[in-house]
Write a new protein. Sequence first.
Length: 271
Amino acid sequence: MSEFLNDADFENYRTLIYKESGITFSDTNRTILESRLRERVKLAGVATVGDYYNQIIKNGEELKVLLDAVTTNLTRFFRNTAHFDTLIKYVLPDLLKHKATRGEREINLWSAGCSTGEEPYTLAMILKDVLPAGISFKIVASDISLKSLMTGKEGFYPETRVQGISPEYLTRFFEKKGNGYQVKDEIKNLIRFDYHNMKNDSGLRSLDIVFCRNVLIYFDEAAQKAAVDRFWDAMSNHSFLFIGHSESLFGMDTKFEFLKTEWACIYRKFA
């Protein structure tokens, strides 16, 4: 048993974090929570994790800071290229054909759990490149980490972070600045970064494409089901859901239809 985080404190924290975010901490990842709490307790200027717990249950802003601290923000540009091949070669042609029959000329996307912005910027570059003239798009990018959202909004990435972007895209959509690259305004203006806790309804509707990759793995079964149901409600009646390659809706009571393409497995809503 840790002297810093005893069993009673651990139970208090994981119950609160689950209640507020759906993120689950088990005994196997207890050390992650402990390391994040050590930092927060020190920065908050309190003596113990018990004191810090009393602080966060009274201070909603500090609770947001804690939730930010316990999330893992691992991402990169063009992560899992098979998903983007599926987007370009299957999803977009299907959507354009469907929208043409309805006289619609806009595609709405949501990057849920967008971390520091690499995913929504990847989506924006692809759509800017491949969509035919006269078809517009909007992207909402959300995360529970305010720190990550600020990085995404700024749109500046060190040279080590732009690996995976083709030289053509790098030249076309970024400006070299100092030791990194700045996303050009023509791409930044296509994305709205917004704080969102996936425990709650996003308020978004009529979405054509949702990317929520490597987020559900942090939830238990009940929280996963609730999040997936909220995706269904937010999506249009002809739409597509991308989740992480290690994630699955198999065995879940969901209305989404499993779709195996030549490049990757995704889910669709045809209602």
